[in-house]
Design a protein around this ligand. Structure first.
Ligand SMILES: *Cc1c(COP(=O)(O)O)cnc(C)c1O
Length: 399
């Protein structure tokens, strides 16, 4: 067993008040920074000076403060914040490969990531294969001599399968490849870096920020790795420039301090619904109950107190039935018919027709996705029984 790791206490333990003793780090509203001496500027260009900032595409003090907190949460030395989750993913992937290299990705990856790997990165001569990450033998077989990256999500969408990070890490490292993990669905619940991943990626748009007021992303890893991403000569982040704005960094950082409370409540509410769906005989999918294929694996990897996450799905058979139920749930006030997740209100959508619609239908079938699947991102509802009753009413009204 690994020693206990507590992401929330890690964040709480860092002291980041500003120079005027304001309790929050100040917003640094500057794109460029001055130097007293020319030599210090030269050294900073070479990445050699502590406490100096050069230009906000590289580092900005406000974004740096957020990144310190993100690194504390993940147990990594460093982190870098981006303007979207897709920016974090594409920068991290492009940084690892050149023409002729091979990326082995999970078949069930986020739709945007799937589209990037399947339709876009190939034009640079990068080979990509998709594999069922739950089948470790298939993963081993799909590794090639030129494999540089193994890419997966800790919890996938919409079937909520869990990737075995310790085992995938061993497979990747034995092949001389890196394991990149998108932990968007499960911040604090899983700490992939501690489990053997080399790089942890977030869409902060979802749980990490939790307010649905912006898109943002993050890349977490060693200091050497982050420095290579922002190297002025060949760093993918520095050269493509998808940096997060300092004002937004500041607002996300404040939300990060309540992430642990939100995650616990999201998990508690989803677990409540799962148990009620089970009692009522509604076909559901939730990794927090023993019926889920990955329940034991989940337990072996989790930071216990944060629960099993806020994502749950029900299977209503057909897409038409799912549509009718979702419209009725919205009318009754369960939440919103909207993509995305990790919001304080409940959001729901039909995965096959929305967030997984970039994934071809034959692959959807292979993944075991039903066309009538409704995915919920369960909100912070104070009365989950009321939520359950409204969902039940919507299901009954559309029979
Ligand atoms: C939303 C999402 C992304 C993309 O993030 P954006 O912030 O929308 O760019 C990537 N991965 C997962 C798992 C997501 O849910």
């Amino acid at each position: 067993m690994m020693e206990k790791f507590d992401p929330a206490t890690q964040i709480q333990a860092i002291d980041q008040k500003d120079m005027n003793r304001g309790v929050n780090p100040a917003i640094c509203d500057s794109a460029t920074f001055m130097f007293e001496q020319a030599k210090t500027m030269t050294d900073t260009f070479h990445g050699e000076t502590e406490g100096y900032y050069l230009y906000s595409r590289h580092w900005n003090p406000s974004t740096f403060a957020l990144c310190q907190a993100l690194a504390a949460m993940e147990g990594t030395e460093c982190a870098w914040a981006t303007g979207s989750g897709m920016a974090a993913i594409t920068v991290a992937l492009l940084h690892e490969v050149k023409a002729g290299d091979h990326i082995l990705s999970s078949m069930t990856t986020y739709g945007g990531t799937f589209a990037f790997l399947n339709n876009y990165i190939k034009k640079f001569g990068v080979e990509v294969d998709f594999v069922n990450m739950q089948d470790l033998d298939a993963v081993k077989k799909a590794i090639k001599p030129n494999t540089k990256v193994l890419y997966t999500e800790t919890m996938n969408n919409p079937l909520l399968r869990i990737a075995n990070i310790p085992e995938l890490s061993k497979i990747a490292h034995a092949a001389g490849a890196k394991l990149l993990v998108d932990n968007t669905f499960t911040p604090m619940i899983f700490s992939p870096y501690r489990l053997g991943a080399d790089v942890v990626i977030y869409s902060m748009t979802k749980y990490v920020n939790g307010m649905n007021d912006c898109v943002a992303g993050a890349i977490c890893g060693t200091a050497d790795y982050i420095n290579s991403l922002i190297n002025v000569n060949d760093g993918t982040a520095m050269l493509l420039g998808p940096v997060l704005d300092p004002m937004r960094s500041s607002s996300i950082q404040k939300n990060l301090h309540t992430l642990h409370i939100r995650m616990k409540k999201h998990s508690e509410n989803a677990m409540y619904l799962a148990k009620r769906f089970k009692e009522t005989g509604i076909k559901y999918n939730y990794p927090g109950l023993p019926e889920h294929v990955d329940h034991e694996l989940f337990k072996s990897m989790m930071n216990e107190e944060y629960g099993f996450g806020g994502m749950i799905s029900i299977d209503m058979g057909t897409a038409d039935r799912a549509s009718a139920i979702m419209e009725e749930m919205q009318r009754l006030g369960v939440g919103y018919l909207a993509v995305s997740l990790g919001y304080f209100k409940t959001l729901f959508s039909n995965s096959g027709k929305s967030t997984s619609s970039e994934v071809p239908e034959d692959i959807q079938k292979e993944m075991g996705m039903s066309e009538g699947l409704i995915r919920f991102s369960v909100g912070l509802d104070n009365d989950p029984e009321r939520t359950f009753q409204l969902i039940k009413k919507a299901i009954e009204a559309t029979k």
